[in-house]
Design a protein around this ligand. Structure first.
Ligand SMILES: [Zn+2]
Ligand SMILES: [Zn+2]
Length: 149
């Protein structure tokens, strides 16, 4: 299928939408013509306004879609939560990931670091909970040195 035809364009004067997948056969524009490739003298078939009166509607869809907004907010919240949730041992760099828990120490997956027993110790070096620091998940990509010994 054609996925690289660019966005649909909406006429700002009338409700007509130029769909590159459909083209504009009435004006000899074959299906599959991106809006950018339309001749400069192409006009809106409904109101006869020029290309300059059209706007790409990708942005409009983004702004209108509550789903997208919620996804963005959920992502923001997700980052904020994981920042708190994953803890790194300051001594050896071992990471406590609450999603995994620590089954070999009787810690069920999904147990938040704050909910660990006070006598929890790092399984690698034996450091106490107080030796752990929250991990900054958003810098993990360039902060991998954190896990080096
Ligand atoms: Zn129009
Ligand atoms: Zn440790």
């Amino acid at each position: 299928m054609n996925n690289n035809l660019g966005p649909k364009y909406q006429c700002t004067i009338c409700p007509y939408i130029y769909d590159p997948e459909k083209g504009d056969p009435a004006q000899n524009i074959p299906a599959g013509t991106p809006f950018a490739d339309l001749p400069e003298d192409w006009r809106c078939p409904m109101c006869k306004h020029p290309k300059s009166d059209f706007v790409a509607i990708e942005e409009v869809i983004d702004n209108d879609s509550p789903e997208d907004k919620e996804t963005m907010e959920a992502l923001d919240m997700g980052i904020a939560l994981t920042k708190k949730d994953v803890y790194v041992c300051d001594v050896c760099g071992w990471e406590y990931d609450p999603e995994l828990g620590l089954p070999e120490a009787g810690i069920a997956p999904g147990t938040a670091f704050e909910d660990l027993p006070e006598d929890f110790v790092c399984p690698l070096c034996g450091a106490p909970k107080s030796a752990f620091s929250p991990k900054q998940m958003d810098t993990a990509a360039d902060g991998q040195a954190v896990t080096n010994a």
